[in-house]
Design a protein around this ligand. Structure first.
Ligand code: ADP
Length: 160
């Protein structure tokens, strides 16, 4: 059984992330969506809340588990007994960062591999940070996030 980890902040989980998860299940049999806890980014949602929302999105799908993790990704990978991570690439701007992260992880774990999925055209403009900003200002992001995430953001910001 081929397993992989999809690590990220997912603050919040968007339709861009959803597409990457669905497509990765054409390549792997089981995916662990791993919500990073020790990120230096300023977050809106607590990691446990992010996990809860993502679990709701994939309720009933036993090919997907959702967990938090902290510390080194390679240590979490050893724990999960996999050498493969999934990442999404939107624009050239994602490439430099992803390349640097790959090179570092590959140094830390020689069998480390990343499978990259290119964002589909209609998702390539979606980012968690822009979703948060637009939502906080009252813009409608209903077509950019799963319904459970949309409802939660609406509750936080008190409007559509
Ligand atoms: P991180 O802080 O690790 O970049 P994110 O939650 O921002 O976490 O992103 C997780 C992964 O999903 C990254 O590989 C990112 O490039 C990818 N991703 C984010 N948004 C999209 C999108 N709209 N389409 C495809 N991939 C995306």
């Amino acid at each position: 059984m081929k397993k992989a980890i999809y690590p990220g902040s997912f603050d919040p989980f968007t339709n861009g992330h959803l597409d990457i998860v669905e497509r990765s299940l054409r390549v792997v049999d089981h995916l662990t969506i791993a919500v990073l806890k020790n990120t230096s980014k300023k977050n809106l949602l607590e990691p446990e809340k992010r996990v809860e929302l993502i679990r709701e999105v994939f309720e009933g799908n036993d090919k997907i588990s959702v967990e938090t993790f902290s510390g080194l990704l390679v240590d979490f990978m050893k724990e999960k007994n996999t050498n493969t991570v999934i990442r999404g690439l939107r624009a050239v701007s994602d490439f430099d960062y992803e390349h640097a992260v790959f090179l570092m992880n590959n140094r830390l774990l020689s069998e480390f591999e990343t499978i990259f999925f290119m964002a589909r055209a209609d998702n390539s403009f979606i980012s968690s940070s822009i979703v948060k900003e637009v939502s906080s200002l009252g813009g409608n992001i209903a077509d950019q996030v799963p319904a459970v995430v949309y409802r939660h953001l609406k509750k936080i910001y008190g409007h559509d």
